[in-house]
Design a binder for this molecule. Structure first.
Ligand SMILES: *[C@@H]1O[C@H](CO)[C@@H](O)[C@H](O)[C@H]1NC(C)=O
Ligand SMILES: CC(=O)N[C@H]1CO[C@H](CO)[C@@H](O)[C@@H]1O
Length: 464
């Protein structure tokens, strides 16, 4: 345990190396998948039920999540549809494509980085609660109090000081604090967002952190004992932070890029074209994004950088320097397995899941599309209230009522009335069920409920 840190409750199971895991194949001789015990609530599936008339968390004075009640306040904006996803942990569901990507990354790190004792260097944490304080999610990462990423419109708050984490980086400081120098962390993250084939308000991330002492970093450099990690009186430049020496930063940056290069080549193959783009994060400097060449395009797959020393210092590891990276598991799985729509990850359809029951996690597989059932498309137009309306509020409301039956919502038209100066929006909602054909009647009921609730909750005035 590091000095100066509050002691972490030991809810961080250190997972066993891969060799101890149960066999990977879930296809017995007769070719039918064994039904895994359903450990998660039915709301973890694609939502197929009829619309509920009370879409938003009701008038309760508390919000219940994972067996704990949080008093509501003026910041609370989590919906019951979102709360129902907490605890699903798709990344821990054996043979799920998100689990496959996580396991492949884990196996790679376990095999490629071994300590002298023979144990894996990186520990893996994939069971931390997604309920975090705003302090963890923002302040611990040096995100300023007025930073736009804190907006209520972009996050799910339980109350003013508690939220569903918006990124796995929310745990960096506490894990470093608990004494870890090298770890991977996977988990579900939550963001209010638009709705389409690549955006879903719940997704999964994997985070990696590695810290070095003076000795560890310079061990391979001749006369390395004369070099140091830190200097006083230095300046912040595009290459480095004020407290770091340039030689230390360059070695950390090299190790970071080499580690991630090896990881993505392990996933995509040696031939992969990779490029690094400089970018900005409040909690790393210098910072980079990795892009890979995929189907004629450059695709951003992860963000990373040299950890801000202030963060490392506040976690009680002042004598070390480190790197951190974060990646989206859905993004990687969609590319690796050719999965076209992010909502498919929530499918419990055997025709989807069965395709990922591979004898070995490294076996290549390309998703074969389920037959697509026809969409039903309905428009909704309304006058906006004079103030206080945001598009994300409407997306969230549609998601709350329509659940996964909503494939897409697009703003197709907007105009301002020349006389009254009132604004009007028209949205096109595409409804589609992944597993059967929707009826006009089902969609009519849903659509009417969206119209009605939008008037009640958002103060809009229907134009139908
Ligand atoms: C939010 O809820 C938590 C847990 O009940 C509580 O400890 C905290 O004080 C609440 N925050 C605010 C600002 O009320
Ligand atoms: C359900 C709920 O209260 N949602 C709110 C979440 O936060 C946004 C932004 O402030 C509000 O507009 C929503 O009404």
């Amino acid at each position: 345990m590091r000095l100066h840190c509050r002691i972490l409750p030991l809810f961080l199971p250190i997972l066993k190396p891969l060799a101890r895991q149960r066999p990977l194949c879930c296809l017995p001789a007769n070719g039918r998948p064994t039904t895994a015990p359903r450990l998660f609530p039915s709301s973890c599936h694609l939502t197929t039920d009829v619309p509920s008339s009370q879409p938003l968390v009701g008038q309760d004075t508390t919000v219940k999540v994972m067996g704990y009640s949080y008093p509501r306040d003026d910041f609370t904006n989590v919906t019951s549809k979102i709360l129902a996803k907490v605890g699903c942990n798709l990344h821990n569901q054996a043979h799920h494509p998100l689990w496959l990507v996580k396991e492949r990354i884990k196996a790679h790190f376990y095999r490629a980085y071994i300590m002298r004792s023979g144990n894996p260097l990186f520990s893996v944490h994939d069971n931390l609660s997604p309920v975090v304080t705003t302090e963890q999610n923002f302040d611990s990462l040096l995100i300023p109090p007025d930073h736009p990423s804190r907006k209520r419109g972009d996050n799910y708050y339980l109350n003013r000081s508690t939220m569903l984490r918006a990124h796995t980086s929310a745990h960096q400081r506490e894990l470093v604090c608990s004494g870890l120098d090298a770890f991977l962390l996977a988990g579900d993250v939550y963001r209010r967002d638009e709705i389409d084939a690549s955006h879903y308000p719940v997704f999964h991330q994997m985070e990696g952190v590695r810290l070095f002492s003076n000795h560890e970093l310079f061990a391979k450099v001749s006369s390395g004992e004369d070099l140091s990690l830190f200097e006083s009186g230095g300046h912040r430049t595009p290459q480095k932070q004020e407290t770091h020496t340039l030689e230390a930063v360059k070695l950390v940056e090299f190790d970071l890029k080499q580690t991630l290069d090896r990881m993505v080549r392990h996933l995509f193959g040696e031939e992969l074209e990779i490029r690094w783009v400089e970018c900005y994060f409040p909690f790393t400097h210098p910072s980079f994004e990795m892009e890979v060449r995929f189907q004629e395009d450059w695709l951003e797959v992860l963000g990373c950088g040299v950890m801000e020393q202030e963060l490392v210092h506040s976690a009680g590891a002042s004598n070390k320097i480190g790197w951190a990276f974060g990646l989206g598991l859905e993004r990687l799985a969609m590319v690796l397995y050719g999965i076209p729509d992010i909502r498919l990850f929530w499918s419990q359809d055997d025709r989807f899941l069965k395709q990922f029951c591979l004898p070995s996690i490294n076996d290549p597989v390309t998703f074969q599309p389920l037959s697509k059932y026809p969409p039903l498309i309905n428009d909704i137009s309304f006058w906006l209230p004079a103030e206080g309306y945001t598009e994300n509020d409407f997306y969230d409301l549609v998601r709350s009522i329509g659940g996964d039956l909503v494939e897409k919502v697009t703003l197709v038209d907007q105009f301002t009335h020349p006389k009254t100066q009132k604004h009007s929006h028209c949205y096109r909602i595409t409804y589609r069920h992944m597993e059967r054909t929707l009826t006009q009647e089902e969609v009519r009921v849903l659509h009417a409920s969206i119209e009605h609730t939008a008037e009640q909750e958002l103060g809009v005035k229907g134009r139908y």
